[in-house]
Design a protein around this ligand. Structure first.
Ligand code: CP
Length: 353
């Protein structure tokens, strides 16, 4: 693979995804053959936010490959609680480990970490921004059950504003042909403008709708998401939209017989428990696929040589105005920007400058 860090699905080419999927399929078919593939390798799991699937599946992925894992699941148990900067933590940890897996509530935190790491950094979720390895799990599930990704109609339903898994999946599907998106959300939780800019600049077809039931018959994949309570500044705003979409067995009666129901999990109430036994409900299988594709990823990234990062400019004032951007709290970060479809955007969190 040509990429060193996995920060955003844009880091992978379609060919690299296909190579990764081939390896994932081999591991799924014969996991015992890979029991020593990462023997002697050490992974650091830095989870500044709660997680069940991503943290544990990355841990088990490395253990199943014969490697070892250390880290924290609560930043209060690390020196971050004493005020240590992200830069200093990453410089230390990347000297101890062969690969760093990090989840952080700040948007762009993984990109920031990659500037100071001597080993590959994997973004395990940065605030409401991106979650590329969840996307690997999503694509693996679609491939295993459908055999191809091109040409599908995808309904993304729920919190499209704060749902990092949705943003990563859209970025990934830009690499495939003839994808149609139905973005199902109330106005308050609509997809961020920077994602619209991305979709338009990649000539992606999308419509924004509010009615789940009316949209279901059109879909090959329905991707449900949780309303992300922890990202709301005002609890009353959450109260207004919670429970807005609930997929029930009754609503599924209008769906295609082979429509795939995906959800990155955890769910709260957006998929009724009576859907779980429907053969189209693949969300638990999706979480299992996530472990295997993470194994395939770690077989590459944990073997890359340690390399001291090049010195970077010391920032004095953040250029990005997004209050959730990592540059707002880690003010030494260089004020990096990039152009997306003619718009200047923050290179950490993707928001328009
Ligand atoms: N899908 C996902 O990221 O789940 P966790 O928050 O449990 O890791």
């Amino acid at each position: 693979m040509s990429f060193r860090h996995l920060i955003d699905f844009g880091d992978l080419s379609r060919e690299e995804w296909e190579e990764l999927y081939q390896r994932t399929a081999q591991i799924m078919d014969c996991p015992d053959a890979f029991m020593e593939a990462n023997k002697g390798k050490i992974q650091a799991n830095l989870f500044y936010e709660p997680s069940t699937r991503t943290n544990f599946s990355f841990q088990t992925a490395m253990l199943r490959l014969g490697g070892k894992v250390f880290g924290f699941a609560d930043p209060k148990s690390s020196s971050a609680a004493k005020g240590e900067s992200l830069k200093d933590t990453i410089k230390m940890v990347s000297a101890y480990a062969d690969v760093v897996v990090m989840r952080n509530p700040k948007e762009g935190a993984a990109k920031a970490a990659s500037l100071y790491s001597e080993v590959p950094v994997i973004n395990a979720g940065d605030g409401g921004h991106m979650h590329p390895t969840q996307t690997l799990a999503d694509l693996t599930t679609i491939m295993r059950y459908r055999g191809s990704i091109d040409g599908i109609s995808v309904g993304l339903c729920g919190d499209l504003k704060n749902g990092r898994t949705v943003h990563s999946l859209i970025k990934a599907l830009a690499k495939f042909n003839d994808i149609r998106f139905y973005l199902i959300a109330p106005r308050e939780l609509a997809i961020p403008e920077y994602m619209r800019v991305f979709m338009r600049s990649h000539n992606m077809r999308f419509v924004e709708v509010t009615n789940l039931e009316a949209t279901i018959p059109m879909l090959d994949v329905l991707y449900m998401t949780r309303i992300q309570q922890e990202r709301f500044d005002n609890p009353l705003d959450y109260e207004r939209v919670k429970g807005v979409y609930v997929l029930t067995r009754k609503k599924l009666s209008r769906a295609k017989p082979n429509m795939m129901i995906l959800h990155p999990l955890p769910r709260v109430d957006e998929i009724s428990v009576d859907v779980d036994d429907d053969p189209r409900a693949l969300y638990f299988e999706q979480a299992r696929c996530g472990m295997y594709v993470r194994m395939a990823l770690l077989m590459d990234l944990a073997h890359q040589p340690h390399k001291l990062p090049a010195p970077v400019e010391i920032g004095t004032c953040p250029k990005c105005h997004n209050p959730r951007c990592i540059t707002q709290s880690e003010v030494y970060l260089p004020p990096l920007t990039k152009m997306v479809g003619g718009t200047e955007c923050c290179a950490y969190c993707d928001k328009e400058i």
